[in-house]
Design a protein around this ligand. Sequence first.
Ligand code: SAH
Length: 276
Amino acid sequence: MNTGADEPLLAFRITVPAGAEDDACAVLWDRGTRGVQVDPGAGGTVVLLAYFSEAAVTPDLTSDLGLLGTVEPTAIPDVDWVARFRESFHAFDVGGFRVVPVWEPAPRHARTLVVDPGRAFGTGTHESTALCLETLEEIAREQALGRTLDLGAGTGILAIAAVRLGAAPVVALDIDPESTQAVVEHARRNDAPVHAVRGDGARALRGLFDTLLANLTCPLLCEQAATIRERMGTGSRLVTSGFLDEDLPEVEAAFASAALARTRRRNGWTCAVFTT
Ligand code: SAH
């Protein structure tokens, strides 16, 4: 649920006919709800538990809610969202890696990636991250990863995976200060020498990289293509993801001066490797 830091919230229990659930939810979002929980009700109804910031609860809002169905103000359930999330996030395997959340004991496994899910993206659960991890592993079986750049590092999960696969030195760059902080923290927890850099794209970097990882979006990849390409020498490889299958031609066009060497796909997401 998207709540502001310590924003005081009020909750309403609204009972509507099951068939009206979608329309009622649309109205709730339109009126600024902070989150809706849907539970089955009695006799073909559903119960919508809708949260609103205290400031948003005006007489107009309550009369609008009354048009949807039976409304009762209700106490906010005392839910520990962090504990709820932790219960749902357990260690899992992706390729030959074992991703372990910080609150579970890390096994003595050479390819363990300890993650602390927080504000930075990159726990390995997203298809694009998983595809990059598997592709990186496949590449490392064939050649040394060498000097490696993780562009748009998030938590730094790909950079740490590269270290596990023998890459050195490894630079993890992100535009978001929270990510750079997360990279430092993850590098420490994983005992992985990763150099965290804050910057907008690869333009701030010098020198060439043998392996480059860029799990960005299609527009970002296209925007950053020229500066990424400048950091690739002869024989470099670039692992890209974060875009949908149908966007591959656009990404390929952006990296037209490199060759599309392989692709890997899952649930509509593509990972493409370009070589120079
Ligand atoms: N590498 C991680 C995270 C990918 S999310 C993984 O594979 O799971 C993409 C990241 O790119 C975000 O952390 C975002 O802050 C970063 N990013 C977006 N635009 C950027 C830019 N112009 N320069 C550097 N990083 C950028």
